[in-house]
Design a protein around this ligand. Structure first.
Ligand code: UDP
Length: 195
């Protein structure tokens, strides 16, 4: 799939389906990969935050989340196939993960929110193989334990909801300590799915 640069951030022109296929291809191959969902706020933040810009430039896939990103492409005479939101991609990954019994870990959000999101998603998609959840409010002393758990439970897909840009920086800093897994920053997605 092609890439469209929005203010120097390379965003992949993928459909929701293509984005999901990419994730499960990585999972099947046991690859480590990072996924980001870019909206206008994230692209603007990356103009001032060089670390975030660098992370997005090196991510394995940045998807076009947000009407502002689609609009900005049209200003350059380009067109994304469709908007791929974090919520839609997370749901689509959880549905496919249920079908394949992929090991999923949900990290982030307030205490209990990820568990409530899991309960709702299981009602929709059947039994999802959730290997663990952890709230996104943790101490420095707890962090290594969370990383060890994600790794030792054999996590294949890790959804990280710590807000932008904390989640992108956390993923970049720890991606290679987590075992072979695909990590995606999902922002407020657990809050949406738990409702
Ligand atoms: N969050 C967290 N730990 C933090 C800060 C935020 O787990 O230290 C969670 C928060 O509970 C919320 C999500 O990260 O579920 C951020 O969602 P929001 O919609 O505010 O962020 P954005 O999508 O703009 O990044």
């Amino acid at each position: 799939s092609s890439v469209i640069d929005i203010l120097s951030i390379p965003i992949r022109n993928v459909t929701l389906r293509e984005a999901g296929d990419f994730v499960f291809k990585c999972v099947e191959e046991g690859k480590v990969a990072s996924i980001a969902t870019a909206n206008a706020e994230m692209v603007m933040l990356a103009q001032e935050d060089r670390e975030l810009a660098d992370i997005l430039r090196h991510a394995d896939m940045v998807v076009p989340d947000g009407a502002g990103v689609l609009w900005a492409a049209e200003q350059q005479g380009k067109k994304f196939q469709e908007r791929v939101t974090g919520v839609d991609l997370a749901c689509s990954l959880l549905r496919e993960a249920a079908a394949r019994q992929t090991a999923v870990y949900l990290f982030g959000g307030a205490e209990g929110v990820a568990d409530q999101a899991v309960a709702n998603m299981k009602r929709l998609y059947g039994d999802i193989h959730i290997v663990g959840t952890h709230s996104g409010f943790f101490s420095a002393a707890e962090e290594q334990g969370i990383i060890d758990e994600i790794c030792s439970k054999g996590t294949q897909i890790l959804l990280v909801a710590l807000g932008v840009p904390k989640q992108e920086k956390w993923i970049r800093n720890h991606l290679y300590e987590l075992g072979p897994c695909v990590c995606m920053g999902v922002g407020g997605t657990f809050d949406v799915l738990s409702g």
